[in-house]
Write a protein that binds this ligand. Structure first.
Ligand code: NDP
Length: 421
């Protein structure tokens, strides 16, 4: 392979040319990569070995009334029916007055792992005694966060094994998600521990198990609005509560329940320019906080109301990372009228709960496929080569079939083209 040495140092056009010269891509494919690259300078700024901008669709979820204010919420996802379901869930919630969302805490935790400890009790005692001093060292490493009203707040120790200690430090990161800021502060404290306490430092890094950065959303929906065809609202509400119990009891169901929540959460996290891997990692760790992986949401019936709650870590920022540099992200913040990271976090958790409601509502009434399938069939039609005009015809034809797979779709498309469907 020619030209790949120091690939990251080559200009963008040269990187594409090297792919062609080595036979990885042909001229047409290279042209496609070029055409969909709106801003190569931005791409190069954001990641390494940049070749093109990957595109995902963005849609708007409607009906989100959160703490009395109505939002349109941008969602970025490749999955059909996510935006529709998020809007439908929020429509039901709106009938009950909307979402009540609140931030329970907003500190980020980082860890310094100390290894080969020989005198554990003594080390723990020393760290506890020097806590204030260590917090000052942390703050000196990033003084601007202190000026903004944030900074390191507390330190605790956890003995993980006879020879291994985790020093956890909590930092008020204000409007940032805080990973880089925290890592800088942790490394300063780790240097101090290494040099003055003569301990071996294994690593210093933020924890994505953001248990001190929790956000909750709460809804109360009159059961009568849940009535569907011949099933009354109270029955539907009772089934949603049972579905919630099922996800609490069983990790197989809990994983799928939480995947549905993350359909909503991730879509807004991505649209807002935040780190969705961080949110995913924190969410699933939190779902297993009592030792068993459980559903993140809870639903129960109280008199004539279906009550829903979702609490989860939501360490998103309104500044930092790619947020202020990606034009579409800036537009999305403007669309949601974001004034603070807490407000963004509340919207995201509300969407997670709205998405969960829509999924449970469909599951306990029609089953997931009825609403989902028409939207999935659009993707199936496009994947077998149907044009914009043929897609509605092919979707209608597929809906009449028992088998809705690519083979059937191809056969039907052929018939449509021959005028036989
Ligand atoms: P940045 O490194 O971009 O830092 C954000 C910076 O914004 C702050 O350090 C601060 O810089 C500035 N700032 C401006 N206004 C404010 C304000 N009001 N409040 C707080 N800060 C403000 O981002 P983060 O430190 O937030 O880290 C997030 C990034 O780190 C993400 O891109 C994530 O993908 C990545 N990351 C994630 C990890 C993980 O999750 N495990 C690990 C490592 C990185 P100043 O004070 O200098 O003005």
């Amino acid at each position: 392979m020619q030209g790949f040495n120091k690939y990251y140092q080559k200009p963008w056009q040269k990187r594409l040319a090297i792919l062609k010269e080595n036979g990885f891509l042909d001229e047409k494919e290279i042209a496609q990569l070029e055409n969909q690259t709106v801003d190569p300078i931005l791409g190069d700024t954001m990641i390494e070995n940049f070749v093109t901008q990957y595109q995902l669709p963005e849609g708007l979820a409607m009906n989100y009334v959160i703490n009395g204010k109505e939002y349109v919420v941008p969602m970025v996802t490749e999955e059909p029916s996510v935006v529709a379901a998020a809007s439908n869930g929020a429509r039901l919630v709106k009938l009950g007055g909307g979402f009540q969302a609140k931030s329970l805490s907003r500190l980020m935790i980082g860890q310094i792992a100390i290894e080969n400890v020989t005198a554990m009790d003594q080390l723990v005692e020393t760290i506890n005694q020097r806590q204030d001093e260590l917090l000052v060292i942390a703050n000196h490493a990033h003084p601007s966060i202190v000026k903004r009203g944030g900074g390191a707040r507390w330190i605790r120790t956890r003995i993980l094994a006879d020879d291994m200690l985790s020093l956890d430090m909590a930092v008020d990161v204000q409007e940032a998600m805080g990973a880089n800021m925290l890592n800088t502060m942790l490394e300063a404290v780790a240097d101090e521990i290494r040099s003055t306490l003569h301990q071996d430092i294994l690593m210093s890094i933020l924890s994505n198990y953001a248990t001190e950065c929790l956000v909750s959303a709460h809804v109360e929906i009159p059961v009568m609005v849940l009535a569907k065809e011949k099933v009354d609202g109270a029955t539907v509400a009772a089934k949603i509560a049972q579905a919630s119990r099922f996800a609490h009891l069983d990790p197989y169901r809990a994983a799928t329940n939480n995947k549905g929540i993350m359909n909503g959460v991730d879509s807004v996290v991505v649209a807002s320019g935040n780190d969705w891997r961080a949110i995913e990692a924190g969410a699933h760790a939190y779902a297993a906080r009592d030792g068993q992986y459980r559903g993140l949401s809870q639903w129960h019936v109280d008199d004539d109301k279906l009550i829903g709650d979702l609490t989860m870590p939501m360490p998103v920022g309104s500044v930092g990372g790619s947020i202020k540099i990606v034009p579409l992200v800036k537009i999305n913040h403007h669309l949601m009228k974001i004034e603070s990271a807490v407000q963004l976090a509340q919207i995201i958790v509300a969407v997670g709960l709205g998405q969960n409601l829509a999924a449970l509502y469909a599951l306990v009434t029609d089953g997931i496929q009825r609403g989902h399938m028409r939207l999935q069939l659009k993707s199936l039609a496009a994947s077998v080569g149907a044009t914009k005009d043929e897609i509605p015809m092919l979707v209608n034809a597929l809906e009449k079939q028992h088998a809705r797979d690519s083979h059937t779709a191809k056969v039907l498309l052929k018939k449509i083209r021959e005028g036989k469907e």
